[in-house]
Design a binder for this molecule. Structure first.
Ligand code: ZN
Length: 892
């Protein structure tokens, strides 16, 4: 048997994926069982501009673990991949490339520009699909989708037309969030609020026919040029007299009313507020309630318009602010300016301060759609969020406060709105220009230049990818999907909208469960971000430690937030090496033996019954953990089984039989059992560590059956049955007996190391236990225990009888005690001195730490974590020291 000494992840990563994909293992059609249960996931489509980051790697790992697990359980499995056209990001990227050629998109014109984007997509888009192959993601590439593909675009138009016909999509004038830099409207979710240290300006407005003035407070004095009222709270006694009077608005010569509205907060500023309906969302609403005119004073480039007056026309909004303040001061109308902290709205992408503007946009009415989602939750408790807290509440709270969705964007890259205008100004909404001409009775049509928000097509993803509106096999088979795996920051942008659209158009929820992953933070606990340059590139981690080790690290993140720690990946790389070395040992000692599942059901010696029991219990625990989305627990279970139970105990116990020089029935049986247990362990590991398991599984000789659903497929661990764990093979008695032996061996090994007994030295052991059963177990295991601890003699007695100079230990539960007589094994005097020195070293360290703790400067200034570390270390030293003391006493 040829097998390399060292595991080489790169070599395994290179050829297995290609073979899996070529053989169609990822496609649901590989499953030939017509009655197979179904498992499906649609991938959250990454941006076509994107490359793999830790968030993707985490989500993909979890989706792949679930998909591979279900596939091995015999499910007809589909994990559907695809990409999002990412409207603004992609348009910006191509615009930047044009800029380097000294051109703008306007030089090219819309058609050429869009063609250029497609060219970019063909040449450099979708880098992430290459990286996903490296990850081992078992997605069905034959069903790969792109949101701008013709079939998906057709779905977008279909949905738009249907919603428009029902009156759920409309075009209107509304105040919107406008980015003066990107020249487009933004949805509320694309705007980020940031704290800002600014100023609050107190401006005095003269009352007509009076010497009195009303003082209003504002953070944006330049908008006063567009004021059309001053408002006070009707319950505010200070202003009761003023209601019904008017104000001569400075700098404009306009006369504006003083009105009462309950939304005015009497506590803010002076309790009187200026109202600018055209440039503030709250004022806009108030303006509608009171029929106030909308005076537009700022344009889409954030410059002042003619409406602001000749003195201001063309000024930038911040220049205009300074001028308004100067003019008020000159007129003696500037009351005061104070420092003021408030939150400012910025464009999520370019960080330009957004300008609320009134503009004509397309909107989607959300009230009825929202009710579809809320009803689904209240009636059927769907979708099920994992973890339920806090996400279920976050989701429903948001739905309850939903406003209409601005769906048009002033971009060229995206789904152009399927609305056409006739020369007489009529609006025709249709599935195609041809249909629009028919409806309009004219071919003189102009299509609306805007495109739809990228999230419009994403909201349709779970059914647009499965062939809707046609009644396809895929739609009937895979919708609703089983689970959505995503990050918490797109619950609103994406998850809720998919639920609403799925309910509206299919009448069923798009997914049963929503698993929200945790977030991987950098080592300092900060979010990884491109701008902060603190991200870790998953591909670098793959190169350094291998994909399997990285996947194991990511899988155990599950739904918690963690700080990235390379040591963790390193430890799983060591685990991969451990697997390799264990398998190598089994294979190098496999002559005459092969994998034979029946052997695990035959009666056998205690260690054999024990490992079979552990194997089956592990399988049961794993299935339960994966089905419950408890990935952290699943990884721990696997790790513990393979490293501790299988490698450290079972292989050690079986070694003598397996490596016997002479061929014998006993040797063959031992080898067969070892290979068979290993084969099942590799299957259990496979969803988490696909590469190393395939690499090793392929080398195992013997009866390696595929799951019956995959009859006739090429051999691969991917399609072998996931062990379920047979209740009949779980042997609690064997487990507790082995546990006692493991304890005994561990205690004696501890004693050997504490007492500095030479590794080659054989030692006598005395075990005392009043428990007859335990005595029987220890007596029966004499040979094995002797080998594991290098014992010269093992006495098992009812009561511990050992010389005074013995090292002793009590086994957990107190059922037995063990002693190692030390006479003749060690030089007592020398050992006492060594222990004494160790004791002194510990005491010195403790004294130093105590001094640190009694220093008030340290305690008050050091980070709490560091202070805790010191306290914990002192406690650990105290314990170590008392153990040493005990040992020294035993040497008297
Ligand atoms: Zn912007």
């Amino acid at each position: 048997m040829e097998i390399a000494k060292q595991y080489d992840p790169k070599q395994a990563e290179q050829h297995h994926y290609e073979r899996w994909e070529r053989n169609g293992f990822f496609a649901p059609e590989i499953n030939k069982d017509p009655g197979a249960p179904v498992f499906s996931i649609v991938i959250p489509p990454p941006n076509v501009t994107g490359s793999l980051h830790m968030g993707h790697a985490l989500q993909h790992t979890i989706m792949d673990v679930m998909t591979r697990h279900k596939r091995m359980c015999g499910y007809r499995t589909l994990w559907l991949p695809g990409m999002d056209h990412a409207g603004i990001s992609t348009q910006l990227m191509v615009s930047r490339a044009l800029k380097r050629e000294g051109k703008t998109r306007h030089d090219l014109g819309r058609e050429k520009f869009v063609e250029r984007v497609w060219q970019w997509k063909r040449e450099s888009g979708g880098q992430i699909t290459v990286q996903m192959r490296r990850e081992g993601a078992s997605v069905d590439w034959s069903r790969d989708k792109f949101t701008m593909d013709e079939d998906l675009s057709r779905v977008v138009r279909e949905v738009f037309v249907r919603l428009y016909d029902e009156g759920w999509i409309y075009r209107g004038n509304r105040i919107v969030n406008w980015c003066p830099q990107d020249q487009t409207v933004l949805s509320d979710l694309e705007v980020e609020k940031q704290p800002q240290a600014g100023k609050l300006y107190y401006l005095q407005y003269p009352i007509k026919n009076s010497d009195e003035r009303v003082t209003v407070a504002t953070t944006r004095p330049e908008t006063m040029l567009g004021d059309t009222a001053v408002a006070v709270n009707p319950k505010d006694d200070r202003y009761r007299e003023l209601l019904g009077q008017t104000i001569m608005l400075p700098l404009t010569g306009r006369e504006i009313p003083i009105i009462a509205d309950e939304y005015v907060d009497p506590e803010f500023g002076t309790g009187a507020v200026k109202i600018t309906p055209a440039h503030d969302p709250n004022d806009y609403e108030m303006g509608l309630r009171h029929n106030l005119p909308q005076v537009i004073v700022i344009d889409s480039h954030a410059k002042m318009t003619a409406g602001a007056g000749a003195d201001f026309l063309g000024l930038d909004r911040y220049k205009a602010r300074d001028k308004v303040v100067d003019d008020f001061a000159a007129l003696g109308l500037l009351d005061k300016v104070v420092d003021y902290d408030f939150s400012i709205s910025k464009c999520e992408r370019c960080k330009t301060v957004i300008e609320p503007l009134i503009s004509t946009q397309w909107f989607m009415k959300m009230d009825q759609l929202r009710d579809l989602a809320l009803d689904l939750m209240s009636r059927e408790d769907k979708p099920r969020f994992v973890p339920e807290t806090p996400y279920k509440k976050v989701y429903t709270d948001w739905l309850e406060n939903l406003r209409d969705w601005t769906i048009s964007r002033q971009l060229w890259w995206g789904h152009q709105i399927p609305a056409w205008y006739t020369p007489s100004g009529e609006t025709i909404v249709a599935r195609s220009e041809e249909e629009a001409r028919e409806k309009a009775g004219t071919s003189e049509l102009t299509q609306d230049p805007d495109v739809l928000d990228t999230w419009f097509s994403s909201a349709l993803w779970p059914f647009s990818t499965l062939g809707w509106p046609a009644d396809t096999d895929d739609l009937r088979t895979f919708y609703p999907t089983s689970v959505l795996v995503t990050a918490r920051d797109i619950i609103f942008l994406w998850v809720s909208r998919m639920v609403m659209m799925g309910m509206k158009f299919i009448g069923k929820e798009p997914f049963q469960d929503v698993f929200i992953t945790g977030t991987i933070l950098d080592a300092q606990g900060q979010r990884m971000s491109k701008t902060k340059m603190n991200g870790v590139d998953p591909v670098d981690v793959f190169d350094k430690f291998g994909v399997d080790a990285t996947r194991l690290t990511l899988a155990q993140v599950g739904s918690t937030d963690i700080r990235w720690n390379e040591k963790q990946v390193e430890s799983y790389r060591n685990f991969a090496n451990k697997i390799w070395n264990a398998a190598r040992f089994c294979l190098l000692n496999s002559e005459g033996a092969e994998v034979k599942p029946e052997i695990l059901e035959q009666s056998a010696a205690l260690p054999d019954r024990w490992i079979v029991s552990r194997l089956n219990k592990t399988a049961r625990d794993l299935n339960a953990a994966i089905n419950a989305y408890e990935f952290h627990g699943a990884v721990q279970t696997l790790y513990h089984f393979f490293w501790d139970d299988f490698c450290d105990w079972y292989i050690e116990l079986a070694k003598a039989d397996v490596t016997a020089e002479e061929p014998s029935a006993a040797r063959t049986e031992a080898r067969t059992r070892l290979l068979t247990v290993l084969e099942q362990a590799l299957r259990l590991l496979h969803p988490f560590m696909p590469y190393i398991t395939e690499e090793l599984w392929q080398r195992l000789p013997g009866d390696k059956r595929l799951h019956p659903a995959y009859q006739g497929a090429e051999p691969t661990v991917m399609l072998a049955a996931y062990p379920e764990g047979a209740a009949s093979l779980i042997d609690e008695a064997a487990e507790s007996e082995m546990q006692a032996i493991i304890e005994l061996v561990s205690r004696v090994r501890n004693i050997r190391s504490e007492m500095n007994i030479k590794p080659a030295e054989r030692i006598p052991i005395v075990v005392g236990s009043p428990d007859e059963n335990l005595r029987r177990i220890f007596s029966a295991a004499r040979d094995q225990v002797s080998r594991l601890v290098r014992a010269s003699k093992i006495s098992v007695l009812e009561r511990l009888e050992a010389p005074k100079a013995s090292a002793r230990a009590v086994l957990t539960g107190g059922g037995a005690e063990v002693a190692v007589p030390l006479e003749g094994l060690i030089d007592f005097e020398q050992e006492r001195r060594r222990l004494q020195r160790e004791q002194e070293k510990l005491q010195a360290e403790a004294a130093k730490l105590e001094a640190q703790l009694s220093n008030p400067n340290f305690v008050s200034r050091a980070p709490a974590e560091r202070v805790n570390e010191v306290r914990e270390r002192i406690a650990a030293i105290a314990q170590q020291s008392s153990q040493l003391q005990q040992t020294v006493e035993n040497l008297q």
